[in-house]
Design a protein around this ligand. Sequence first.
Ligand SMILES: *[C@@H]1O[C@H](CO)[C@@H](O)[C@H](O)[C@H]1NC(C)=O
Length: 360
Amino acid sequence: GAEQPYVTEYTIKGRFLPPHCPVTVCARMHSEDDDLWEAFAHYNTNADGTVNLTKDHSVGGSYLGCEPMGLFWGLQPAPGAREGLRLRKKNVEIPYVVHMSLLEGHVSPGEGQSTELAAVTTERWYTAPGVKRIKIRQNGIVGTLFLPPGPGPFPAMLDLWGMGGALVEYRSALFASRGYASLSIAYIGHKELPGPQNRINSAFDLLRDHRQVCADRVGIIGLSFGVYLALRIATETGAKVRQKVQCLFLNLQLDQYIAPLIVFLQLENLACPLMYIVGEDDLSETLRAADKSQLFTRLSYPGAGHLIEPPYSPNSRISLWSVKPKKLITLWGGHLAPHAAAQEDAWKKILDFMENNLRR
Ligand SMILES: *[C@@H]1O[C@H](CO)[C@@H](O)[C@H](O)[C@H]1NC(C)=O
C-alpha cells in the first residue's frame, strides 16, 4: 500500500532583468473569508539579470535572508484588515490561489507607485490528485475520512485538534496525499454532534476497522486538548483500542490546561512510541516518572509559537478564538522566521516518525 508521496519542488525565479537592480517580489491572496493576505521581499538581481528565491537573499520586507518559501509563510493580513485573523484552509478541495508579482525597485506593495514587471498565478493544494474525501456521520461520529489513491490497505492516522470546535481537515488531507488514510473528527461544538458523549474510541475503531486501513498500523496525532484525548486512548485500562495504537504524535499546546489532566491518565499503560513538541511546560518529567522515557522523542523549538501547523502556514501570534458564546483573543506567540523553520522541521519529523512506526 505504499504510495508514492506527492511532492513538488517549488522555485520562484525572475529573469531578463537588468543586472544588479533592486526588485520586489510580492505574493497576495484572498482567504476563504475573503480577507487579503500579502507578503513581499526586496532582492537585488544577479549579474545575469536573474533573481532566484531558492538561493538569493532578501534584504528587506516580510522576511530577510534566503527563504525559498518566505512568500508563503510570510503572508500577513494586508494593512487595514480585521484583527486577530488566522489563515486556515476550510475547503480542502479547492486550492489557495496566490498572485505573485515582480515589481521595480524596493517598494512596499501597498504604496501604489510601483511598476509591475511580471506576474504569475500559482495554486497551493492540500489534496493530491486521486485522494478521496468521505463524509462520516455514523455512530455519533462527525468526521471526514481521507483515503489515498489506490485500493490500500493503508496505514492510518486519527487527527485530533483542539477545543476550537470545527471539523479541521487540512492536515488529514495532507497525510492522505502522502499515502496515509486519515480521519479528522469534530468532538466539540459542531452543530451535527449528537451530544457530549465520548465518541473518540468509536472514531478510532471506525478507522481501524475500515477495509482500506491496516488495522495494526494506526497512529494518532493530537494538538491541545487532542493531546489529552490521544493519550487517554493510548493508556486506557482494558480499552480494546489501546493495544492497537501504534504511535502518537503530540503537539503540546495550552499546557497549563492540558498538563493537569494528563496527571490523571495511567501513563504506565503507554506502550507505543510517542513524539511531541513541547510548549513552556514539559511532559518529559511526567513520562520519565512513569518510566516511559524510552518511548518518547521530544522536539523543542525556541522562538516558535504554539501553533505548529503544516509547513509554510503563516504564524498568527494572536488570533480571535471563539468558544461559543464567548470570543477570546489568544496569544499564541512565535516569531515568523523561527516559527516557519520549526514547522518545516517538525513536519519532516512527523512524516519520518509515521513512516518508521506505521509503514515498516
Ligand atoms: C534556483 O536555484 C536553485 C539552487 O541553486 C537551483 O537548484 C534551481 O535550479 C534554480 N532555479 C531556476 C529556475 O533556475
